[in-house]
Every structure is written in C-alpha cells, then in structure tokens.
Design a protein around this ligand. Structure first.
Ligand SMILES: [Zn+2]
Length: 60
C-alpha cells in the first residue's frame, strides 16, 4: 500500500493527499480511518455545530 493516497472532498470537491489535507481519525490503536471531509470543511462544520443552540445538542 502506498502512503501518498489522495481523495476528494465530497463537500467542496477539493482533491489532495489524505494525510496533508484531510487527516485521519484515530479510533483506537488498530482502527484509523481517513476523514471524509477536508480540513477546511471540517472546521466550517465545527463552527456550525458550535453555533447551534444548546437545546439541539445530542443528549447522552
Ligand atoms: Zn472540503
């Protein structure tokens, strides 16, 4: 397996190396999955989530 695999962002169609532009989500020691959205989209989505009113957050 090559280490420089690339993918495109389903949100903004940005295409680039996963490690650099997307990053990985580490579930545990053996489970690492690439982020589906690029870093820019994730930071935007994070901003949107933060701006939601507290009532709409998922309760545990
Ligand atoms: Zn994107």
């Amino acid at each position: 397996m090559r280490n420089d695999n690339k993918k495109s962002c389903p949100r903004c169609n940005h295409y680039g190396p996963i490690e650099q532009d997307f990053g990985y989500r580490i579930m545990n020691r053996r489970h690492v999955r690439p982020q589906s959205w690029c870093r820019a989209c994730r930071s935007r989505a994070k901003h949107l989530l933060v701006s939601l009113p507290p009532k709409q957050t998922i309760s545990r």
